[in-house]
Design a protein around this ligand. Structure first.
Ligand SMILES: C[S@@+](CC[C@H](N)C(=O)[O-])C[C@H]1O[C@@H](n2cnc3c(N)ncnc32)[C@H](O)[C@@H]1O
Length: 291
C-alpha cells in the first residue's frame, strides 16, 4: 500500500523521467488534489496510507501529466495575482509574466477610483478580474473571439463575485464597440511567430488554444491591428498596457507611437525580460509635438 510520502516520491520520479520541469513540486500538487490533503498534512503524517480511490485518481493524473498535459488542466485551476481562476483547454493558462501588466497599471488608479477598463483577448478573465478585484469601484469589459473562452471567463467572474462589474462579449478586438471609450485598455494578444509554435513545450504547443498563441509570421499581427484600435477606444489621458514577446519592444513601441500614443515605456517582468509596453492617449487638445 502506498503512503503519502512513497506516492509523492514515486510520482516525482515518473514526472522527472517524463521531462516535466518541476517534477517534485508538481508531484506534490497532484498528490494533494488526488488525496484531498494539504502540504502540511503530507509533512505531518507522511506514512498515512492512500485509499484505493485516491491511488487510482493519482494514477490517472500522473498518466495525463506524463503525456505533458498542463497541470493547470488536470487540476482545473490556476492562481494569478491574488485570485484563483478556473482553467480549461479553451483558455490560455494565465502566466506569472502577465502579472507585469498589473504592476504597470495599478499605480495609476487609486484604490477608491471609479474607472472603466477594457481587456482585449480576455481569455480566462485573468487580467480584467485581477484589476476589478483590486479596484472595487472599477467596471470592466472583456472581449474575446472565442465563445468557449468567454464561458470560462464568465464562470470566473461569477466565482469571484465580480460578475456585476464585468461584462464579457464576443468580438474581433474592438470591432463591435461603436463609440464607447475607456480609461484603461489592457491586452495580452497572441504574439508567437507562427513558425516558432512547433518548437514550444508540448504543454503549450499541443494543449493551449492556437488562437491564443499565433501572432502571424512575425508575431506582431495582432498588435499591429490593436495599436490604432486601442488609441481609438481610449479616453483622452487614458492609459494602456500590452504584453509583448521577446525582442518585440522596438517594433511594438513604434506601432503605438505611429498610432499617436505618448508617454511610452516598457516594463520588465520578474525575470528581467521586456514584457509590457505601456503608454497613454494624449489628453484632448494636446498636440503630438507637446506630448
Ligand atoms: C495570449 S491569450 C491571453 C488570455 C488572457 N488575457 C491572459 O492574459 O491570460 C490571447 C487571447 O486573445 C484572444 N483573441 C485572439 N484573436 C482575437 C481577436 N481577433 N479578437 C478578440 N480576441 C482574440 C484569444 O482567444 C485569447 O483568449
Amino acid at each position: 500500500m502506498a503512503t503519502l510520502v512513497s506516492a509523492w516520491t514515486a510520482a516525482g520520479r515518473r514526472l522527472d523521467v517524463a521531462g516535466v520541469d518541476s517534477p517534485v513540486i508538481e508531484a506534490r500538487l497532484l498528490l494533494e488534489a488526488a488525496a484531498g490533503v494539504s502540504r502540511s498534512q503530507i509533512i505531518a503524517d507522511p506514512h498515512r496510507t492512500l485509499e484505493d480511490d485516491q491511488a487510482a485518481t493519482l494514477e490517472a493524473y500522473l498518466a495525463r501529466r506524463e503525456a505533458r498535459e498542463p497541470i493547470s488542466h488536470i487540476l482545473g485551476v490556476k492562481g494569478f495575482w491574488k485570485i484563483m481562476l478556473r482553467v480549461t483547454a479553451d483558455v490560455l493558462t494565465p502566466r506569472p509574466d502577465t502579472e507585469t501588466i498589473l504592476d504597470a497599471v495599478l499605480p495609476d488608479f487609486a484604490e477608491d477610483q471609479r474607472f472603466s477598463v477594457l481587456d482585449l483577448g480576455v481569455g480566462s478573465g485573468a487580467i480584467l478580474l485581477a484589476i476589478l478585484a483590486e479596484r472595487p469601484r472599477a467596471i470592466g469589459l472583456g472581449i474575446d473571439v472565442s465563445e468557449e473562452a468567454l464561458a470560462v471567463a464568465r464562470e470566473n467572474a461569477a466565482n469571484l463575485g465580480l460578475a456585476a462589474r464585468a461584462s464579457l462579449l464576443r468580438g474581433d478586438w474592438t470591432a463591435g464597440l461603436g463609440d464607447e471609450s475607456f480609461d484603461l485598455v489592457v491586452a495580452n494578444p497572441p504574439y508567437i511567430p507562427t513558425a516558432e509554435i512547433s518548437d514550444l513545450a508540448p504543454e503549450v504547443r499541443d494543449h493551449e488554444p492556437r488562437v491564443a498563441l499565433d501572432g502571424g509570421a512575425d508575431g506582431l499581427e495582432a498588435v499591429r491591428a490593436l495599436a490604432p484600435q486601442i488609441l481609438r477606444v481610449l479616453r483622452g489621458g487614458g492609459r494602456f498596457a500590452v504584453e509583448i514577446g521577446i525582442g518585440q519592444r522596438a517594433a511594438v513601441e513604434s506601432l503605438f507611437e505611429a498610432a499617436g500614443a505618448g508617454d511610452l515605456r516598457t516594463i520588465e517582468d520578474l525575470a528581467g525580460r521586456e514584457r509590457v509596453v505601456t503608454g497613454a492617449k494624449k489628453p484632448l487638445g494636446q498636440s503630438a509635438a507637446s506630448a
